[in-house]
Design a protein around this ligand. Structure first.
Ligand code: CUO
Length: 669
């Protein structure tokens, strides 16, 4: 029965599970009646859990419930991989539910949620089930622990419907005495961190083949993280900070500090901080079965750089694979991350992942203080820390070296005969043409799924975040071909000036090009005006997929149901972070528009069903990445013949417009 329907509670409906007594944790079995009746009292309906024969869970159970879980730690990866396999292997949804219920109170909660989420995303019979936002299941990964005491207090005393959201101030983790704090609003943005977690959930680097072996996953690892770097560097320039320096020397003290102010609720501990000036060390932690030296990382790095220089990699079968224009970057992405698709994981190692681990344990590399890893050790929290960007700037620089070794695109590859982009502009209501407007906004996250308290019901945290006014693009295109043609419209933006106020040359500016949108447009003969709204961006998921800005204090059944409908596809850049912050005076950027020939770009495959958001960063579920061009086209490869400025790169099917981004301190609620 592969497509058996599963019961999904609507909105706030309270359901209970009718659980076989021996499914309860051993400690609870003697008091089963009392426990089950206590929980079942409040429920409006009940789901019966079928007893099944439980597979051998000894490996995943070997991680304590009180430990933190990290995919970057190979032993944790092995356990979660086995658990995911079991969830994927359950014959029916009913059996899956039984196993999940059995595991729920026995397993490490984070590993359980990870493995179950991967299984739900990849099983044909559950892939349309909504996965709750991680910020709601584990709000402690996103918010200061003091919030939760206040939330429980409010929920204990105030009835549902009258509860006031708990306000979270913007200045949470540091002050502007640390210049890096100027971009903390970006690094600590809940939507950005959720996207990153969700991306790694959709593209795991280890585990069952059905989850890992996806079209161009290594290339997407490169491109999505490259775009994160371009966006972060742009944000830094808006805040008068220089672009990120690569973490090149692993033995130098790290000046960037990070004090996360997050509590690990399950472990009952604070996430470790990293004061300024810490140095990385060899890692030797028996308890985590983790042992490697910094010299191992340096060796992996040198081998990968050699592969880039020779444009070839070796395989563990003794063969050689050429890194060519089409698949080279995909292979390199899998080697660098590393995923299990790496052609020789022993030789090229696990550079990126172990870099995360070395950084996250720099405060206790040999476990003498029994300390847990820092935020860099978890893809849920890693983007909060400034060091994430220094590490990824280094990783990205190796990818760039490879791309630079390829020939530049020929004018034939870039052009679209007969198609001329004569004008492109931005329209924002109540603003000058070609002006984007950013401001603060306050939005709500429901904490109730992630906190234990009675009586149940929503309790919101209200957070301040960046947002922008909706806008639209207007692009004028002349088609002098004999008939209609189809174009692929590619929109990017990049800062105009570097940190010293000098005009970027093309080679530097193209590395900062942030993708804003990509879509298909029919072009009739003659003049065409293409109009496209910012909320339609191919990068983003809707605002409602991140926040519950519904009826504020009194979300009703319909609101909550709408939210869950929105929440089917969690991967994608958050809509509220589409536009860089800009400055009060107005930050100048270049908007670049290119129309390529869709007939040369298209992938022949079935129409996508289900998720159709966030495609540029997340691809299409069960299908190929829907653009045959290399990711980042046309800026990923400019060869050795670097032309001077962006304008020198333009041909008729491209155009550039100078735009301005204005930021106002105004808080919209
Ligand atoms: Cu997304 Cu380093 O890969 O965190």
């Amino acid at each position: 029965r592969p497509h058996e329907p599963i019961y999904v509670p609507k909105g706030e409906e309270k359901i209970s599970f009718d659980i076989p007594t021996n499914y309860l944790n051993n400690r609870y079995q003697p008091v089963a009646n009392g426990i089950l009746s206590r929980f079942n009292n409040e429920s409006q309906s009940s789901v019966s859990i079928k007893p099944i024969s439980i597979p051998d869970l000894s490996l995943p159970l070997s991680l304590s419930r009180r430990d933190n879980f990290s995919l970057f730690i190979p032993s944790h990866r092995k356990m979660s991989g086995q658990l995911t396999d079991m969830f994927l292997g359950m014959r029916t949804v009913e059996d899956l539910l039984s196993l999940a219920v059995y595991c729920r109170d026995r397993m490490n909660a984070q590993m359980f949620v990870y493995a179950l989420s991967v299984a739900i995303l990849h099983r044909p019979d559950t892939k349309n089930l909504p996965i709750p936002q991680l910020s709601e299941i584990f709000p402690d990964k996103y918010m200061d622990g003091s919030i939760f005491h206040r939330a429980k207090e409010e929920a204990n005393v105030v009835p549902i419907g009258s509860r006031t959201p708990i306000e979270i101030p913007l200045e949470l983790t540091a002050t502007d005495a640390d210049p890096e704090h100027r971009v903390a609003y970006w690094r600590e943005d809940i939507g950005i961190n959720l996207h990153h977690w969700h991306w790694h959930l959709v593209y795991p680097f280890d585990g069952p083949s059905i989850a890992v072996n996806k079209d161009r996953r290594g290339e997407l690892f490169y491109y999505m993280h490259h775009q994160i770097m371009a966006r972060y560097n742009t944000e830094r320039l808006c805040n008068n900070l220089p672009r990120v320096r690569r973490l090149l020397n692993l033995r130098e003290p790290i000046p960037e500090a990070y004090f996360p102010k997050l509590d690990q609720m399950v472990a009952g501990r604070a996430w470790p901080a990293r004061p300024a000036g810490f140095t990385l060390s060899d890692i030797d932690r028996n308890a985590d079965q983790l042992r490697f030296d910094l010299s191992d990382l340096e060796r992996y790095r040198d081998r990968i750089i050699e592969a880039v220089h020779t444009q070839s990699v070796r395989t563990d079968q003794g063969g050689i694979i050429q890194l060519d224009e089409v698949t080279g970057i995909d292979i390199l992405g899998n080697i660098m991350e590393a995923s299990i698709l790496s052609p020789d994981r022993t030789y090229y190692g696990d550079l990126h992942n172990l870099g995360h681990v070395a950084i996250s344990f720099c405060h206790d590399p040999d476990n003498r203080y029994l300390e847990n890893f820092g935020v860099m050790g978890d893809s849920t929290t890693a983007m909060r820390d400034p060091i994430f960007y220094r590490w990824h700037a280094f990783i990205n620089s190796i990818f760039t070296q490879f791309k630079d070794s390829l020939p530049a695109y020929t004018s034939q590859q870039l052009s679209f005969p007969g198609v001329t982009v004569t004008d492109c502009r931005i329209n924002t209501p109540r603003a000058n043409p070609n002006t984007l407007s950013c401001h603060w906004k306050k939005s709500d996250i429901d904490l109730s799924r992630g906190l234990d308290f009675t009586p149940r019901g929503s309790i919101m945290a209200r957070i301040q975040h960046l947002d922008h006014d909706e806008f639209s693009y207007s692009i004028t295109v002349n088609n002098s071909n004999d008939g209609d043609v189809t174009g692929n419209v590619r929109i990017f933006m990049a800062p105009k000036f570097d940190e010293t106020g000098h005009h970027f040359n093309f080679n530097e500016q193209r590395k900062l090009m942030i993708e804003m949108d990509k879509f298909v447009a029919k072009l009739k003969r003659g003049q065409n005006i293409i109009s496209r709204k910012s909320v339609e961006s191919s990068l983003t998921i809707p605002f409602e997929a991140t926040f519950r800005n519904l009826d504020r204090n009194r979300p009703n059944e319909q609101d909550l149901q709408n939210f869950d409908n929105f929440n089917f596809c969690g991967c994608g850049w958050p809509q509220h972070m589409l536009v860089p912050k800009g400055t009060k005076q107005g930050y100048p950027m270049d908007m670049f528009v290119m129309i390529s020939n869709y007939e040369l770009d298209r992938v022949m495959q079935a129409e996508p069903s289900g998720c159709y958001d966030g495609i540029s960063f997340c691809g299409l579920r069960d299908l190929k990445y829907p653009d045959v061009r290399p990711m980042g086209f046309p800026f990923d490869r400019i060869g050795q013949n670097t032309v001077g400025m962006l304008n020198d790169f333009l041909i008729p099917n491209m155009n550039v417009q100078q735009i301005t981004i204005r930021f106002s301190e105004f808080i919209k609620s």
